[in-house]
Ligand binder design. Sequence first.
Ligand code: 13P
Length: 244
Amino acid sequence: MSQVKLIVSNWKMNLNINQARTLTNKLKKIQIKNNLIKNIICPQFILLPIISNIIKESDILLGAQDCHYKKFGAYTGDTSVELLKEVGCKYVIIGHSERRKEHHETNNIIRQKAQLVISEKLKPIICIGESLKERKNNKYLNILEEQLKVSIPHNLDEIIIAYEPIWSIGTGLVPTEEEIKEIKNFTYDFVFKSKNISKIFFLYGGSVNSENISKIFESSDINGALIGGSSLKFEEINKILTFG
Ligand code: 13P
């Protein structure tokens, strides 16, 4: 393994305070031999200050699962990038399919969120992905192109894009190496051609676990993984972080 890999734990709406503390304290003790691995954890908002305090003086990096697209204002229930920054977040997941579905987030909103995150000097992890129906109808490249076209900002040094096919999230179904490669190449072609972005970090997410991680990485040559269920189990995430 010769390039940086981002291992992003998306805890989603899981773990209470005690469980999150216990898991984070265990994560702190992992000896990651390979300094090319970045361990990024994304807890629920209320957990962020607690986890931030625990990971001080460790190599673990903190991320949030969302933010608002405006700096501040009358947006009841939302969270600002400013606060995320204040509690030590370096990354923000933007446009996860669960937010697109449950909160009706559009590509346009996602781009505005990403722009604000970048302007505040944090790194957005922008999610794209098609449904099973879109894949079966052979519409997936059109859907992904529209997501890339509208949700990715222009003129950047770098961007992190996470490909998470909706049909793979929490299902145990993982695309083949060829399928991941196809989307990676498609993303590179489209973004380099139309966005004036110098570097892309391409992540894969969806049913990643300790058994399939090395195959996904080795065969598709991607820059990391966005991990849901397996990130909640210490034994699993430990194996993933130390796989190399
Ligand atoms: P699972 O790893 O549980 O399939 O979830 C993937 C995901 O949605 C990460 O953002």
